[in-house]
Design a binder for this molecule. Structure first.
Ligand code: FPP
Ligand code: MG
Length: 324
């Protein structure tokens, strides 16, 4: 089994792919792969077979995305909430993840050739050691690939991600790397597991459930949401076409809302710099004071973020070495 499936498309599939590519295509697709167990029940199969079919569907979706020009996919593979499922199911999912990550590492040359970068989003420490190691190795070996990105959310929830990010900011303040007034939406965002990735443009959830289940809550504020009744393992390229067509119909409204939100964010940072200068210099504040404050804030936050990235890489290296 390969992560990079190459399948021939029918004439009609190619034609629709080409037509959709004329319009705006999401740069980043997020998927909540729901309905694996219902699919298994329907097919009189066991739960794990449903999840395995779900994994195969993910690899198929990745190949459709490559053809469509979607170069980033984030998949909700295992939520922290999923640990509450039966031991048999959790163990089965962990074995599946271990098997697939090991297969992925066997394909690392092919991944490099296609420029595939793998990221794991989530709290690795909650996972069994072998998955921590395989995950860390997959991230480290593919980190310099930059053509397409696959983000696997494993042991992930948005609330845990945000609390971890807030923890990092608090550490930065208490260690004197940044000041309390440096904290902004942008800085918090750069401390999330998704740092460095653009926000998803389109989010698809299968199986008829209409909720986000603690997935990319921060990042999906301006994403186009597409909910479909089809069970994840039964998804076809035509469902994806439908979702992209829906995205194209709403594209302009969403793009405008996103632009407006970025402007508001920028204004908030500028106002915060002015406020800091007012506290320091009172009525004597000048444009130079404000420019200097903006520069020193940027220098502090850049250094803080660089250190955070270094810490993450050394943590991943440590995980690889520890479990060898
Ligand atoms: C949701 O369906 C699916 C999951 C909780 C697991 C998804 C995992 C995979 C597809 C495998 C991924 C593996 C790797 C290595 C990335 P459900 O179990 O909630 O089904 P239901 O809604 O019908 O009960
Ligand atoms: Mg479900």
């Amino acid at each position: 089994m390969t992560w990079l499936v190459e399948k021939n498309r029918s004439w009609a599939e190619w034609a629709v792919t080409r037509i959709l590519r004329v319009g705006p295509v999401p740069r980043h697709l997020a998927v909540i792969m729901d309905g694996n167990r219902r699919f298994a029940r329907k097919e009189h199969q066991n739960t794990l077979t449903g999840h395995t079919r779900g994994f195969h569907k993910l690899t198929e979706v990745l190949s459709w995305c490559r053809d469509l020009g979607i170069n980033e996919v984030t998949a909700y593979a295992f939520s922290i909430e999923n640990f509450k499922r039966s031991k048999q199911e959790v163990d089965g999912l962990m074995d599946l993840a271990a098997e697939k990550l090991a297969e992925l590492l066997e394909e690392k040359e092919k991944l490099s050739k296609h420029g595939v970068c793998i990221r794991i989003l989530g709290n690795l420490t909650l996972l069994p050691e072998r998955i921590q190691r395989l995950g860390a190795e997959a991230v480290l070996t593919t980190k310099n690939n930059d053509k397409c990105f696959l983000n696997l959310a494993i042991a992930y929830t948005s609330r845990e991600e945000m609390s971890t990010a807030v923890g990092e900011l608090c550490r930065g303040v208490s260690e004197g790397q940044i000041q309390g007034s440096d904290i902004s939406e942008e800085l918090l965002e750069k401390c999330l597991y998704t740092r460095g990735t653009p926000d998803p443009d389109l989010l698809i959830r299968t199986s008829g459930e209409v909720r986000l289940s603690d997935f990319l809550l921060w990042q999906s504020g301006f994403a186009c949401m597409f909910f479909t009744k089809v069970l994840w393992p039964e998804l076809t390229i035509w469902h994806l076409f439908g979702a992209i067509f829906y995205y194209q119909r709403h594209y302009h409204t969403l793009a405008e809302a996103r632009r407006e939100s970025l402007n508001v964010r920028q204004r908030m940072v500028e106002e915060s710099d002015i406020e800091v200068c007012h506290t320091k210099f009172g009525e004597k504040v000048t444009a130079e004071h404000i420019a200097a404050q903006s520069l020193s804030r940027t220098e502090r936050t850049d250094a803080f973020l660089e250190d955070l990235n270094k810490r993450t890489v050394s943590y991943l290296k440590e995980v690889c070495n520890k479990c060898e």
